[in-house]
Every structure is written in C-alpha cells, then in structure tokens.
Design a protein around this ligand. Structure first.
Ligand code: AMP
Ligand code: GLY
Length: 426
C-alpha cells in the first residue's frame, strides 16, 4: 500500500520511521517532510495546507492512505476536501473532519462539548465584543490566578495565566479590542486555574471504538526546572511514573469513554488521534485541552513504545474497524530530549551544519529530525526544534542518560537542550 504522511516535524519523522517498518508499506511519501524523513520514504515539496497540490500527488502516486500530522490542515478541512471529491473519496485518511477538529480549533467548542458530556474540566465563561463589559466584571470577581484563552488557533500562544486582575483585564482588552491574537481572540474563554501535575493521554478512535495509546508527559518550558518561556516541547517521557491503575481507570471512565461516546452521539466523522491534555489534582483528572492530532514531542515516545505494526491499526481506524484491533506495547521507558536552535522560542538562526549524525546511535536510541533540511551532503538546521533524541531504558534515568550520551556527539552552532528531562522522577 502507498502512504502519504502530511507534516514536517519530529512527529511526522516518527510516523514515517514506524510506518516504513511495516511489511504492508510499499511506497511512503512525506509532504513536505524534513531532512530525516527522506531516510524512510520520499519527500514531496508540498505544504500540508495546499490541498489541490496534495490531491494531484495523491492521484499521481496512487496513494491508498493519508496520515495527517498537524492540526492546521485538519482545522482547515483536509478530510472533507478529500472525502467530498469523487476522484479521492476512495483514499483512506486518518484525521478528523473539519467540524470535529473544532475540538482543537475552538476552545469554546471544546468546553461546550465537555460540559454537554459531563467531562471534568475547569469552570468557564466566554466573551466577545458584544458582552465585553460583562467580561470585565467577570474577571474582577474571579479568583486568581485566572486563565484567558483565545478561542481559535494561536500557534500555541493563545493561553495566558494571569496572576493579577489588572493583568487579566489588560490582556482581555488586548485580545478582544485590539486583536492581539488576530481573529483567534475574537472570542475569549475565561476559566479557573487548575492546580496539579500535567500529563497527556492519546486515543486513536474511529468515532465509535477507541484504542488507548501509551500516555506521556512533556516538558514545555525552555529552561531547566520548568522555568522560562513556553515552547513547542523540549522533551517527553512515557510511561508516566504516577499513572497507576487507579488513575488510569478514572481517566478512562470519566474522560476517554465519555469523549468517544460524545463524538459518536454527535455523529462526528472522527477517524484519528485525540490528544487529551490533563491536569491531575490529588489523583483526580481534569481536561485542560483537546488536540485533534498527536503531540510533538510526545509522539517521539508514544509511537516507539507501540510494539504492534501501526499500519494495520491506522487502516482499521480509517475504515471504522477499530473494534477488531488491539495494541501491544513495550514496557520499557522511552524518553526524548529535544535539541533546539539558539534563541528559540524567540528569534533564532537556521542553516547551521549539524555534525555527528553519521555516528552510530546505538540499539537503544533513535534520532528523530524536526527542523532539518538536507543540502547536498550536509544536514542543516531549518527550524526552532531541530532534533528529538529518543532512547529506551529500564527507567527514566537510563533512558535519558542514553539520549544525553548521544547528544554529546551531536553538534551545530547554537545547539541547546534541557539537561533535566525527567528530573522530578529521578
Ligand atoms: P494549551 O494551549 O491549551 O495547551 O494551554 C497551554 C498550557 O497552559 C497548558 O499546558 C497548561 O500548562 C496551562 N493551562 C491551560 N489551562 C489551564 C488551567 N485551566 N489551569 C492551569 N493551567 C492551565
Ligand atoms: N507538545 C504539545 C503539543 O504537541 O501540542
């Protein structure tokens, strides 16, 4: 079977690495891919939101299955685009349709969904320019900290945790009246702050049945000890040490099953991943957010922990036959450490030569590429997050040590990575 993966990050390299190991995989294409994905298949220089060019490639290359990595094409309706065209409607596609991708595309939609299906989450209210004054009063009367969220996609920057009413009032005004996040902030969800520790679960669903994938914890801040600016993710672990059976069964019964039942009851065309960001407060799970795709860098630990061939599972998802499928996982710990460009998540330079990639990575580690580009014989940096080094070990200490050992052999100008991934569990 011929497969097209859409996206260009570490998540897509991990999908490509896993799918290319399947005996069912004949030709694998990645659009646009990166410097690492070309070792697993053929990169096609097409953006994930250029649907017409993707359609041409799907027909030319006789693609049987499309796996959509990032949220942008999903929220823009890539699934609807392919399924409503008679030339491409036979092509299997993993990803939710546009209306269901609103679980990520609109915080207000996600909150209303959780409310309707009794899924535990922070209490909230929502405001637009038409009830702006009411919003100001709501903020003044609210306990601190208070969380402001731009309704739409804002490149991971649309969530503000405010520690004073003045700051919250100012930010609220900037979002609604001065379009701080463009149209994404035309509506603002204001919610209570949840205390606790964060972790994520990943569900593969066909809209009726589901498979629970390994859970993960990511490290979002740029600095050690979880300090400094938010990033796309500086590292991740799976399994998560505090995920015991009691917590897992609460998450399944209170969150995962009502979510899948809600998708079914709304009759959404949802054949893809649901990434559920959780806050665990004294053993009680609450949903912080839904994403309609896998996480990055969480994918770099979740997918390697899957022992089963992923391709038949993705096919079953797209065909709505997931009820017949089960999943085998590796029990070892997987850890990934992300190497970024100097200056990230602020301004950073690209085009730096990466050295050491030709050295053996050892049987316990894999180097996933995120922001890289092949240029003749050289591999160059091309983004903020450059590489994700995933290793297996008997525990977090061993897995992270292996990734750090490998990182010691890699170099590019300005290279930076957190040296404390998994610190709170060591
Ligand atoms: P999001 O963009 O929805 O992933 O939110 C970004 C981050 O903000 C989350 O990963 C949490 O760390 C934090 N966050 C979002 N909502 C809340 C909340 N209600 N309480 C505490 N932290 C939150
Ligand atoms: N690592 C967080 C995300 O993928 O959204």
């Amino acid at each position: 079977m011929n497969i097209l993966i859409i996206g260009s990050g570490g998540r897509e390299h991990t999908f490509a690495w896993k799918i290319s190991q399947s005996p069912l995989c004949e030709h694998l294409y990645i659009a646009p891919g990166n410097g690492g994905t070309s070792a697993c298949g053929t990169n096609l220089p097409i953006s994930g939101t250029d649907f017409d060019s993707l359609k041409k490639a799907v027909l030319d290359k006789k693609i049987d299955l499309i796996v959509v990595g990032p949220e942008d094409p999903l929220v823009k309706g890539i699934v609807n685009y392919f399924q409503s065209d008679s030339a491409t409607q036979h092509v299997l596609i993993v990803g939710p349709a546009q209306e269901a991708a609103q679980l990520e595309g609109s915080k207000s939609f996600a909150k209303a969904f959780m409310k309707k299906y009794g899924i535990p989450t922070a209490s909230y209210a929502e405001f637009t320019v038409s009830n702006f004054e009411e919003g100001l009063e709501y903020i003044k009367a609210h306990s601190l900290p208070i969380v402001l969220k731009a309704d739409g996609l804002a490149a991971g920057k649309g969530v503000l945790i405010c520690n004073s009413h003045d700051e919250a009032l100012r930010e609220f005004e900037l979002m609604i009246r001065q379009s701080k996040f463009g149209t994404a902030g035309n509506k603002v969800v204001i919610e209570s702050f949840l205390e606790g520790i964060e972790a994520s679960v990943f569900v593969l669903t066909d809209g009726k049945s589901y498979l629970l994938l390994p859970e993960a914890k990511d490290y979002k801040r740029i600095g050690e000890g979880d300090q400094g600016l938010n990033t796309g993710g500086m590292g991740a672990l799976s399994p998560v040490p505090f995920f015991d059976d009691a917590l897992r069964s609460k998450i399944i019964s209170r969150i995962v099953e009502p979510t899948v039942a809600g998708l079914k009851s709304e009759n959404y065309n949802y054949k893809g991943f649901v990434f559920i960001g959780l806050m665990i407060n004294q053993g009680e799970p609450f949903v912080i957010e839904y994403n309609c795709r896998m996480g990055d860098p969480e994918t770099e630990v979740v997918i390697p922990r899957i022992k089963s061939d992923l391709l038949p599972i993705l096919i079953a998802t797209a065909k709505a036959e997931l009820h017949a499928v089960s999943l085998d996982t590796h029990t070892q710990t997987a850890a990934t450490v992300v190497a970024v460009s100097g200056g990230y998540p602020g301004e950073y330079a690209t085009g730096k030569v990466i050295k050491g990639l030709d050295l053996p990575s050892g049987e316990h580690s894999v180097v996933f590429h995120a922001g890289t580009k092949q240029d003749g014989d050289e591999m160059l940096t091309s983004g903020g997050r450059v590489l994700a080094i995933t290793s297996f070990g008997n525990d977090i200490e061993e897995a992270t040590e292996r990734s750090y050992h490998l990182l010691g052999k890699l170099h590019y100008e300005g290279m930076f990575f957190r040296k404390d991934i998994g610190y709170e569990f060591k």
